[in-house]
Ligand binder design. Structure first.
Ligand code: SUG
Length: 443
């Protein structure tokens, strides 16, 4: 099995709208002017650097934004330009909610269970309903369509419907899911932030997006072998400190787990459970608040590094540049490298445009473990090689604006430019029709 990191391409409407309550970077950067072209090139350069390490890298397309479909559902009528204008003049916030490039954070696109973990030997994928945040909830239909296009072959893949919508089943995808594996076993750790019914401590300040009920349903639907799933609660204090997803305070890969004490309720308890199931070869690096204050971890995202196994079996921590702004965060990653033998490199990546919206390197990618046969069954030209990287870089440079403000969102030319770009992209990636404006069917 090989892990492939499916990164989301940053979309042409990347902007800072302050839409995500409890995501401190999103809240703090509201209204800053954005440079979608630079943001998309940053993302592509990250993909290229990871691919050059010999690690499987692939790409997922952005969604159509502004979402005219959603605006029409909300009652705006007329031609597309009129729909944009009416939304802008009636309730500008609606237009912002329908214009976010948030599908770039593909860690939230879906939860993936490799075929090695499931009872039917199929790879299971559930697109996240993202129902806790409106601007993200509108991603689910396109995500489902894209994933059903790529992972179409029923002899290898099952792409489930997203969980039913509604606050009780809020599901944030792989951002709340870690997979650990040793010779003793495999654990898929499903983290949840609140209970829709039943008792559990809850954050006081910011929303807990993922419900226990959603995690339990996801684990059930994936038909996991009985020993695989483990459900555990995110720390409410961590969420109130700005860790809206588990991947803000924990990262796992194979037999290595790095976590902050505020990632989970009773973090010693989850470590004990993991050690029982995974045996002595599990390496855990646990930071407490004295070593690494929660505020530093949330500001600089050391745990949102990608922890990647290279072809020679050693591991790289691909960390956001911002880690260097905090001595404590930087020291923590160095300690991880000293203590965990397989980790032999920290690679600093500049994904600042994404970081300013609360998305580090690990948020930008969806991990999919594939056997050689499964890889061959994936449709589309989505696996990154030099030629695809070049094509995508030229495509971004050709189509993306280098400055975007809120006022631009109602510009009908932006919609036309975006559709022209996305239409070309579907050809470049050999995906067929996947967008509403292309008349794509519901899959
Ligand atoms: O859902 N930000 C995203 C960031 C997602 C990060 N993903 C992971 N941790 N896996 C979110 O909060 C901000 C958009 C804006 O404010 O314009 C936003 O949606």
């Amino acid at each position: 099995m090989t892990e492939f990191n499916f990164d989301g391409l940053v979309g042409p409407t990347h902007n800072y709208a302050g839409l995500a309550q409890g995501n401190l970077a999103s809240m703090q950067h509201q209204g800053f002017f954005a440079n979608p072209r630079a943001a998309a090139l940053e993302g592509l350069s990250k993909m290229q650097r990871i691919a050059k390490l010999g690690i499987g890298q692939a790409v997922l397309p952005p969604h159509e934004r502004p979402s005219v479909t959603t605006l029409r559902q909300l009652g705006f009528t007329g031609n597309d330009a009129q729909v944009l204008q009416k939304a802008a003049s009636t309730d500008e916030q609606l237009l912002r909610l329908c214009s976010s490039a948030s599908a770039m954070w593909t860690a939230n696109a879906a939860t993936v269970s490799p075929s090695a973990d499931t009872q039917d030997g199929l790879l299971h994928i559930t697109p996240a309903n993202l129902s806790s945040m409106f601007h993200r909830s509108i991603e689910a239909p396109t995500t489902l369509r894209v994933l059903r296009t790529l992972f179409k072959d029923p002899s290898h893949f099952v792409v489930h419907e997203p969980l039913p919508s509604g606050a009780q089943f809020g599901d944030e995808g792989a951002a709340n899911h870690s997979r650990l594996h040793t010779e003793a076993g495999t654990v898929e750790l499903f983290a949840w932030g609140r209970r829709s019914w039943g008792e559990a401590a809850a954050p006081q300040r910011y929303p807990a997006r993922q419900s226990y009920e959603a995690s339990a349903a996801g684990a059930r639907a994936h038909n996991l072998r009985a020993s695989v799933p483990l459900l555990w609660q995110q720390s409410p204090a961590g969420i109130d400190g700005g860790a809206f997803h588990t991947d803000v305070l924990a990262v796992g890969n194979d037999n290595v787990f790095l976590l902050h004490e505020q990632a989970f309720v009773d973090s010693e308890g989850v470590i004990t459970q993991l050690k029982e199931r995974l045996g002595p070869s599990l390496h855990v690096v646990h930071a407490n608040g004295l070593e690494l204050p929660l505020a530093d971890a949330v500001r600089t995202y050391p745990f949102n590094s990608q922890l990647l196994t290279k072809p020679d079996g050693t591991m790289t921590l691909a960390a956001p540049m911002e880690v260097k702004d905090s001595t404590a965060a930087h020291h923590f990653l160095c300690r991880a490298m000293e203590e965990v033998e397989p980790i032999n490199e920290i690679l600093y990546l500049d994904v600042n445009a994404s970081m300013n919206n609360g998305g580090g390197p690990a948020c930008l990618r969806l991990r999919v473990e594939l056997s050689d046969l499964e890889k061959q069954a994936v449709n589309g030209r989505v696996f990154l090689d030099d030629a695809l990287h070049q094509d995508l870089t030229a495509w971004v440079t050709r189509h993306y604006r280098d400055r975007l403000t809120f006022a631009d969102l109602s510009d009908p030319n932006l919609l036309t430019e975006t559709r022209t770009a996305l239409d070309e992209l579907t050809q470049l990636l050999q995906l067929g029709s996947i967008y509403d404006f292309q008349g794509a069917p519901c899959l």
